[in-house]
Write a protein that binds this ligand. Sequence first.
Ligand code: FMN
Length: 162
Amino acid sequence: MSRPDAMEYRRVIGRFPTGVTVVTTCDADGQPWGLTASSLTSVSLEPLYLLVCIGKGSRSHDVVVAGEHFAVNVLAADSVDLSVRFALVDPSDRFDEVRYRTEATGSPVLQRAAAWLDCRVAQLHDAGDHTIVVGEVLGCDADPAVEPLVYLAGAYRSLVPA
Ligand SMILES: Cc1cc2nc3c(=O)[nH]c(=O)nc-3n(C[C@H](O)[C@H](O)[C@H](O)COP(=O)(O)O)c2cc1C
């Protein structure tokens, strides 16, 4: 059997539904950075660890890896615009007209987030063309009334029937 190529792998792994997050941090000058990421995984309860995988080719990569903290903003079903913005708009313009506050670590938390987790960078693991960033959760909250955005097979979905 021949090994699958990247396109085949993406087609198959894309059948695994995920939520959509915006991973945020700020650089040494205090400027906010953020990128759309669906690779969020809960890792550990003692201590409270989660992970996100950040592509080494992304402009946000070095800022997240060099930083001491980041936040994970879980997007709501009505926030496809934020997902597209934080994936496609130039990084320096992504926060234009986006309301956010600064959480305890200094990371930006989006006002429209359905849930947020404020993290300290605990571990970095080299993993192919991505870096696995393990964060220790120092603060978090969620609005249970807000439906999350779902991503499946390259398309945005909602758990709420149209
Ligand atoms: C739904 C969705 C999920 C994504 N998940 C990830 C992810 O987990 N990790 C990642 O590095 N990029 C992910 N991306 C791609 C980044 O958001 C995109 O490459 C972004 O432009 C970051 O690169 P930049 O900082 O150079 O702009 C995702 C994009 C979308 C639309």
